[in-house]
Design a protein around this ligand. Structure first.
Ligand code: CO
Length: 429
């Protein structure tokens, strides 16, 4: 049991914003011995020389295995998957359990999924990628062909355009971080630059758009401008070191860094250069943003600057008073994360969080700040700023830009209330 039982230590901590936020560097500088009583652990008697030897230290453990799995003691680390869709078979999502994870990389087994007609079982020996349309020489690649090309590895987040759309509804749902924001993940992706392949095919005069089609039952298609395609788009073949999973597009997917996830077409089989977008189903009837005047925005690609406290977060309970690390992730489709501020009083006062990311563009950045919860009510918020100077807007600011039915591109500040009993809930503040 930990209580704030040492008034001197408590007073020596540097308060950086109201309601318990403290200076992380100062805290670490004190040494946690200097913050005694704020963290829960056992202290042994000074003359204690006997250490119990547990049973597993007295015998050999199990043998090595071919492919690893988590400890059986870890408990349930699962994606949050919806029920099968009876009307549109194979259409659905599973969400990353962001509140259970730490750091900046999402394990492959927990990367979010969004499918429009299920996951095709593709034999890479039978799969082909064709590049055609406004090119000098149409080309066809097998999986083996692509494996021979020079590759690049980059850490990028991927976020569905509809992520966090739940927080556009009129009342705040009592939901977890995963349920609201779990269509977000971050991996190291490895593959072949699209510019390399387009250069080989030869871009014809007048080509301005690249349209891509997947080999799934939905024939998912999206269009992106040629200048983006030549800047940083690539054909992803590996994710966190292993071949991309079927649910991520095996044997190959387009990867369009920083842009809404839907344009990173999975099971990629056709790339066609054109002088206009294709106006596929998923860029006309869907993935357009309805405005208050009844018009809609089309081809809104970059994901906005955004952050989210994952711990503590919705449906969790604080079980003890004292020191907690408030931690979360921040990201932007327009660059790197340069700053994350945290508030414990619903946005009245803010303190800078410590950034623990790669500093890279278009990747998740973990942030952390120590917080002393003294048992009173609190509203925790985070607010990100990116290298382009964009600051994450409030929920009300985002909603004002769209029709009430729009669910895409919601990047408003998340508010988690903490009750006097320690219950954490999604609220609109
Ligand atoms: Co969009």
């Amino acid at each position: 049991m930990s209580e704030i039982n040492n008034q001197n230590n408590k007073e020596s901590l540097e308060r950086v914003a109201a309601n318990g936020l403290i200076n992380r560097r100062h805290l670490l500088g004190l040494g946690l011995a200097g913050a005694g009583g704020l963290i829960s652990h056992s202290v042994l008697a000074a003359d204690s020389s006997r250490v119990e030897i547990p049973a597993w230290s007295k015998m050999p453990g199990r043998d090595p295995s071919g492919y690893g799995s988590p400890s059986s003691f870890v408990g349930s680390y699962q994606r949050l998957a919806g029920a099968p869709n009876a009307v549109l078979p194979g259409s659905g999502v599973s969400r990353t359990p962001l509140h259970l994870l730490q750091g900046n990389i999402t394990p492959n087994s927990l990367h979010f999924e969004r499918h429009h007609s299920g996951i095709p079982a593709i034999d890479p020996a039978q799969h082909r990628l064709v590049i055609h349309g406004m090119v000098r020489q149409p080309l066809e690649f097998s999986y083996e062909d692509l494996l021979a090309y020079p590759m690049q590895s980059r850490i990028y987040f991927l976020e569905c355009s509809g992520n966090s759309g739940a927080n556009t509804s009129a009342t705040a749902g009592d939901s977890s971080a995963a349920a609201i924001h779990g269509l977000l993940s971050c991996s190291e992706w490895t593959g072949v630059s699209l510019a390399t392949l387009l250069d080989e095919a030869g871009i014809a005069e007048g080509a301005t758009w690249v349209t891509s089609t997947g080999a799934d039952g939905a024939s998912m298609g999206r269009s992106i401008p040629l200048n983006k395609a030549l800047r940083d788009v690539f054909i992803a073949l590996y994710q966190n070191g292993e071949p991309i999973r079927p649910e991520q597009g095996y044997p190959m997917r387009l990867f369009v860094p920083g842009w809404e996830g839907n344009v990173s077409v999975k099971w990629l089989t056709q790339i066609k250069l054109a002088d206009s977008p294709a106006n596929f189903r998923d860029e006309t009837s869907k993935y357009t943003d309805l405005l208050p005047d009844g018009k809609a925005l089309q081809f809104t690609f970059p994901m906005g600057v955004k952050s989210l406290i994952t711990s503590p977060s919705g449906q969790m309970s604080l079980r003890r008073q004292g020191l907690h690390e408030v931690s979360g992730v921040a990201w932007s489709g327009s660059g790197a994360i340069s700053r994350v501020e945290v508030s414990a009083d619903g946005g009245r006062s803010w303190a800078d969080a410590h950034l623990d990311g790669t500093g890279q563009d278009l990747a998740l950045t973990r942030f952390r700040i120590p917080w002393i919860w003294e048992g009173g009510p609190a509203v925790l918020q985070s607010r990100a700023t990116d290298s382009a100077g964009q600051v994450q807007p409030t929920r009300a600011m985002v909603l004002a830009n769209y029709d009430a039915t729009n669910r895409y591109h919601f990047n408003g500040i998340q508010s988690w209330s903490v009750s006097a009993q320690g219950e954490v809930k999604n609220v609109y503040a």
